[in-house]
Ligand binder design. Structure first.
Ligand SMILES: [Cu+2]
Length: 184
């Protein structure tokens, strides 16, 4: 019993030392290394923008601006959740639809104002839309290259050009379609 008491007393003394040591360590200027989080707790952040036809960078074969997702092709890591934020500067809704990834996200429309002066430049008009902000999270399980497209009839101001089929699938790559590159 005496021996047990000695052990308990010893442990209490150690705990007391520990209690003294810990604040002293925390107060030191040495950087404290944090444990690397497990793969399952990691999160990727991705920010995308949609610009409407009037303001989109004219890069199309027809020389006009079209509804465009920027970037339209992006890389993510496999097996890690991706927190996506989309700022939609277009007054129409869109989707990011990739059936092979089980992804079909609705992108909220922005709010357009009609008070812009008649002779406003496209840049001035850009400031007349309060973006719709959409958040969603998805996880791509397997590495690969997956095509996405917008499944809503957009680009109406340009007769839906961005929605006409590309050789690789519905909608035009670089506008309302592109690739999600999933790396291992
Ligand atoms: Cu669209």
């Amino acid at each position: 019993m005496k021996r047990l008491l000695a052990i308990v007393t010893g442990l209490a003394a150690l705990a007391a030392v520990g209690a003294l040591v810990v604040p002293a360590f925390a107060a030191s200027s040495k950087p404290v290394k944090s444990a690397k989080p497990a793969a399952t707790t990691q999160v990727q952040q991705l920010t995308l923008y949609v610009f409407r036809g009037k303001e989109a960078i004219p890069g199309a074969a027809d020389g006009k601006g079209h509804d465009t997702m920027v970037p339209s092709t992006f890389a993510i890591k496999a097996g890690v959740p991706v927190k996506v934020t989309v700022y939609n500067y277009d007054e129409g809704a869109h989707t990011i639809t990739a059936p092979s990834l089980g992804l079909n996200a609705l992108i909220k429309p922005g709010t357009a104002f009609t008070t812009a002066p008649a002779n406003a430049t496209p840049t001035e008009l850009l400031n007349q839309v309060i973006p719709g902000v959409t958040h969603f999270t998805f996880t791509a399980k397997k590495a690969g290259v997956y095509r996405w497209h917008c499944a809503l009839p957009c680009d109406a101001g340009q007769a839906g050009w961005a929605m006409t089929a590309d050789p690789t699938g519905p909608s035009k790559n670089g506008f309302m379609a592109g690739y999600i590159v999933v790396v291992a």
